[in-house]
Structures are given as structure tokens and as C-alpha cells.
Design a protein around this ligand. Structure first.
Ligand code: ADP
Length: 296
């Protein structure tokens, strides 16, 4: 069952066009929604999660009209927002039990079975009696996944899940997501390219409310094959290259900048051809679209 988005637009009261005629089909499995801060990711996630209205367009989850049949969507949705906001002074067990009750699991025995299984699944069984307010970032995210899985959702939305996690926690979280992503639509919204690279069979890139790419990450690499150029430069040269508008990334290697430039031909002395990575696709698409916007 696919999630089919057509012509979705959203403009806020202050005039910011957060989504501009976005059309996108999202199949089962892990789907990465990649965009810089302010791209419109959260706006899209909130509309899909029925927390916000769109101005125009349609969204279908199988035969459910997401923008109209909100109750039906909510019954089949797991949502893990960027920030829960409050972490009450109740235990993980009590909180899951409470959320399960709210989601309609009224039989006590059934609820206990469900909560026990979820705690084990996200590896929080040993912490089940601890207060949520004392949880680490990674534990909070795993708790978030546990609560989102109540009610066997067909659509799971995860907004910027790995921000603030240390590498170990991030890995545990990745493994958990991969397991649950096998049978449902999981949308992972992130500005971290590595999240998408490691997890997602399909992805989209958005910037300033516009869809720039949709498809498998591997295929996106093909489009820039042979066009990525690399050079070790002095720090003082960086501004000059940045001003050309062709610079897609710079990182430091042993304290010296290494830049990547997107160009059909060798951009100059000292450049060597580089193997394209997903970072190049992402930053290339963003810088191209920003340049087009500036030229308009
Ligand atoms: P992302 O999640 O990719 O960072 P958002 O969807 O949060 O992007 O934001 C997209 C754009 O819409 C940004 O320019 C942001 O400032 C603006 N925006 C988001 N929410 C609101 C709001 N409630 N009111 C006005 N502007 C908003």
C-alpha cells in the first residue's frame, strides 16, 4: 500500500510557502525525506499526521483520504515527533500502558502483553520502571518508537529522530527502525544524509517547499557521476570558491579544506574526479535550487 501525495501546498499566515505543489509516491519500507532546516519537512510530516491542514492537494494512504478521513488515519498512524516536549515523572511502563489505553486497548491482559512486548522490542525492558524524565536521548527515542507502534500502524512518521544521539544510540535506533520498516510505510524526515544512506531504499530531497528529487539513493548518484571534482585547498581560497556558487561541500582533512565542486568539466588546475556520494547529490541539489531561486 503506497502513500500518494499530489499537488500538496501549504502557505503560513506570515506568507512563508512551506510546501509548493509537492507530488510524491511513497512505497512500503523506509523512505528518507531529506532537506535542510526550513525546507518544509516538518510541515509535510504534520500534515500527514493530521496535525495541520494543507491549503491544496490530496494525500491517499491506500483508500484512506488522509486530508479528510482524519480519524481513520489516526487509527493507523504512528507518529514520533521531533520533541515530545514533556517527559513526565512516570515510568516507561506506566506511560506506555496509558497511551495504549488511550489508543483503545481496553482489555487489561491484552494491554499488559502488548506493553511487555513493546518494551522488549525496543530494548527498554530493564528500564521499564525508571522515570521517563531521567531517560537519555537514545532511550527517549526508543520509547518514542514503542509508543508509535501501538495499534499496528500502517504509516509511521519519524521527524528528525537522530539529532542529538551519540553514535551508539544512533546505531541502536537505526537497527530498530530497519526492523519495523519491513512491512509498513516509514517516513524518516532528516537533514542528516547518513540517516538516509544507511536506512532508506527510497528518498526525496526538498528545499524551500519544493521537491527536487524522488527515487532510490543509488539512482541519484548516477545523475552526477563524473561531475564531482575534488581539490585540497588553502583556507584562504575557500571564500573565492564559495563565491562561484558551484561549491557543494567542504570538509577538513587534517585541518585543511577539501572541496567538492559540481561541474560537467574539470573546473580548473589541481582538481581530480571524485566518486559521488549522497552528500554530493544532496548539497548539489540544494545549491542548484538556491542559485535558481536567487536568479529569479
Ligand atoms: P523543516 O522541518 O524542514 O525545518 P518546516 O516545515 O519546519 O521545515 O518549516 C518550513 C518553513 O515554514 C520555514 O521557513 C519555517 O520558518 C516556516 N514555518 C514553519 N512553521 C510555521 C508556522 N507555524 N508559522 C509560520 N511559519 C512557519
Amino acid at each position: 500500500m503506497d502513500l500518494v501525495i499530489e499537488g500538496l501546498s501549504k502557505t503560513y499566515g506570515n506568507g512563508v510557502k512551506a510546501l509548493d505543489n509537492v507530488s510524491l509516491t511513497i512505497p512500503k519500507g523506509m523512505f528518507g525525506l531529506l532537506g535542510p532546516n526550513g525546507a518544509g519537512k516538518s510541515s509535510l510530516m504534520r500534515i500527514l499526521a493530521t496535525l495541520q491542514e494543507a491549503d491544496a492537494g490530496s494525500v491517499m494512504l491506500g483508500d484512506i483520504d488522509v486530508l479528510k478521513d482524519k480519524d481513520q488515519v489516526r487509527r493507523t498512524l504512528g507518529y514520533l515527533p521531533q520533541e515530545f516536549g514533556v517527559y513526565p515523572k512516570v515510568s516507561a511502563y506506566e506511560m506506555l500502558d496509558h497511551i495504549a489505553l488511550l489508543k483503545g486497548v481496553t482489555a487489561k491482559g491484552e494491554r499488559k502483553g502488548l506493553v511487555d512486548a513493546l518494551l522488549q522490542r525496543v530494548n527498554l525492558w530493564d528500564q521499564r520502571k525508571r522515570r521517563l524524565s531521567g531517560f537519555s536521548g537514545g532511550m527517549k527515542q526508543r520509547f518514542g518508537i514503542a509508543q508509535s507502534l501501538i495499534g499496528e500502524p500502517r504509516l509511521i512518521i519519524v521527524d528528525e529522530p537522530t539529532a542529538g544521539l551519540d553514535p551508539g544510540e544512533r546505531n541502536r535506533f537505526y537497527n530498530l527502525l530497519t526492523e519495523i520498516g519491513e512491512n509498513v510505510v516509514v517516513i524518516l524526515s532528516t537533514h542528516i544524509v547518513q540517516d538516509v544512506k544507511e536506512l532508506c531504499g527510497n528518498m526525496a530531497i526538498i528545499n524551500k517547499g519544493k521537491l527536487l528529487y524522488a527515487g532510490p539513493p543509488d539512482e541519484s548518484l548516477k545523475s552526477i557521476q563524473g561531475k564531482v571534482w575534488e581539490k585540497h585547498i588553502a583556507k584562504s581560497e575557500l571564500d573565492g570558491y564559495a563565491a562561484t556558487g558551484k561549491l557543494i561541500s567542504n570538509r577538513l582533512v587534517a585541518g585543511r579544506p577539501v572541496i567538492h565542486i559540481l561541474s560537467d568539466e574539470r573546473p580548473g588546475e589541481g582538481f581530480s574526479s571524485a566518486e559521488p556520494g549522497l552528500e554530493d547529490v544532496f548539497f548539489g541539489a540544494i545549491s542548484r535550487s538556491n542559485a535558481e531561486n536567487a536568479a529569479r
